[in-house]
Design a protein around this ligand. Structure first.
Ligand SMILES: Cc1cc2nc3c(=O)[nH]c(=O)nc-3n(C[C@H](O)[C@H](O)[C@H](O)COP(=O)(O)OP(=O)(O)OC[C@H]3O[C@@H](n4cnc5c(N)ncnc54)[C@H](O)[C@@H]3O)c2cc1C
Length: 424
């Protein structure tokens, strides 16, 4: 049999100083990479995780100032973290359960509202809101005690795939030889590019301005979202002790203006937008973090494994898909990739290596459907609420009221948002 050799260069070669052979190399030090590396090591696979930001442990967040990166974590994410034995170790005093979600249309009419309730759907909570650092800190702690996992603060510069596995060349000059490579290296994944996996990208011409606030009214464990005329979306997510985390999706120009506002100007903004509903709901809001802005786009890799003929690499997290944050699902979707990969590798037949083509294809098949459905829904919702014509406004606002009156549709929406995963 002739050897398939693909030479995928990220940068010019350097002299190697060390070579390590492992079962799996996870590239990337975000939450998806950290959770995946820990889970693979727990399966007994010799795992190395590589990322330039792995040098220091993430400090445990403390005090009244909350981190900039706040996420909504779905029950599916909770199940994965429980499976990894992380969930119970999290500082629960910094996690806020969400019992209700209220989504408002842009006509300011009472009937244009969608209310999703944990109580009505028979589930304890719809999501949790918490800081990225709480999860990262706990994942870092657990990884320290996992003897099948080695972490390297380094950068992958070159990828060479052959019939048996993959060789990664690191910036330090070290070489890693792995049966399977998991690319968790973010939205502009250098591994995806090096393997020549095409990815479609669409900018939403929007940025998300994020900031944390102290409110005078209680948030009632409710996540609020207002669609504003013109396409802006303001989400106010509940945090412990009368705090809320804001995600305001708006044009890059308006985002730049919002970042310049002082406390008084912000109060004026909240009183003037959404017919004053934000201020009515939450009372006076006092800034409790430094606001920041992130550009918003949709990215989808055409394949989740590569190279095509001889797959030895699996893409997970933002390396495979990036979406608008209006549904708060980007990371949750990435963690469902992790759950699927761990399930498939954990249940593999004894004669199959972790890089067996059959397993990788199984992974890709499982993840394509879920990803397409969520990317499509989020994208269509975003576009529906950006339209400015009278008809579009009418349709979307009626739509909210209509969905609100259908227990069946609401139940399906909640099931999707919960994003349950199975571990046997
Ligand atoms: C405003 C905003 C709000 C959001 N809110 C939510 C929410 O509420 N809920 C939710 O589920 N999602 C949310 N998301 C999405 C979420 O932020 C992302 O999906 C998630 O952070 C992606 O994690 P990741 O681990 O896949 O990638 P990243 O966190 O981007 O990690 C990529 C890693 O790869 C490393 N890397 C890159 N190149 C190399 C290389 N050559 N060698 C080695 N390492 C490399 C990087 O250093 C980094 O550690 C939001 C996004 C935005 C913008």
């Amino acid at each position: 049999m002739s050897e398939v050799r693909q030479n995928h260069s990220l940068k010019s070669s350097v002299n190697p100083t060390k070579i390590r052979t492992v079962d799996v190399a996870v590239v990337g030090g975000g939450i998806a990479g950290k959770a995946c590396a820990l889970g693979l090591a727990q399966l007994g696979l010799q795992t190395v995780q590589i990322s330039p930001d792995l040098g220091e442990l993430t400090p445990a967040p403390q005090g009244d100032q909350w981190g900039q990166r706040i996420y909504a974590f779905s029950p599916g994410t909770q199940q994965l973290l429980a499976h990894l034995q992380i969930w119970d170790a999290l500082d629960q005093s910094r996690m806020q359960p969400v019992r209700d979600m209220r989504i408002f249309g842009d006509r300011g009419e009472k009937s244009d509202q969608l209310h999703l309730s944990a109580f009505e759907s028979g589930t304890p909570q719809l999501a949790w809101i918490g800081e990225s650092n709480v999860i990262e800190h706990t994942l870092d702690q657990a990884s320290r005690f996992q003897n099948k996992l080695e972490r390297l603060a380094d950068t992958v510069e070159k990828v060479v795939v052959d019939v048996a596995g993959t060789t990664l060349q690191l910036k330090s000059g070290d070489l890693i030889r792995a049966l399977l490579v998991v690319a968790a290296d973010g939205a502009y994944s250098p591994i995806r590019t090096a393997l020549g996996i095409p990815a479609s990208e669409e900018s939403y011409s929007q940025s998300a301005v994020v900031a944390n606030w102290l409110s005078t009214n209680v948030h009632l464990e409710t996540a609020y979202q207002w669609f504003l005329p013109g396409g802006d979306i303001v989400a106010m997510l509940p945090l412990p002790s009368k705090q809320v985390s804001m995600v305001w999706s708006t044009s890059p120009e308006n985002a730049a203006e919002l970042l310049k506002l002082d406390q008084t100007a912000w109060s004026g903004k909240f009183a003037s937008i959404a017919n004053g509903a934000i201020a009515q709901q939450l009372g006076s809001l006092t800034l409790n973090s430094v606001p920041a802005a992130f550009p918003l786009r949709k990215i989808r890799a055409s394949r989740f494994i590569g190279p095509e003929e001889n797959p030895k690499v699996a893409l997970i997290g933002d390396a495979a898909h990036v979406m608008h944050p209006l549904a708060g699902q980007g990371l949750n979707l990435g963690l469902r990739d992790v759950a699927a990969l761990l399930n498939i590798l954990g249940k593999r037949e004894s004669f199959r290596l972790p890089n067996d083509k059959v397993l990788l294809r199984r992974y890709e098949r499982q993840r394509q459907g879920d990803t397409s459905a969520l990317l499509w829904t989020t994208d269509k919702l975003k576009k529906l609420f950006s339209g400015t014509s009278g008809t579009e406004r009418q349709i979307r606002n009626w739509g909210l009221g209509l969905v609100n009156r259908s227990h069946f549709i609401k139940q399906r929406l909640i099931e999707r948002a919960l994003g349950e995963v199975d571990f046997e």
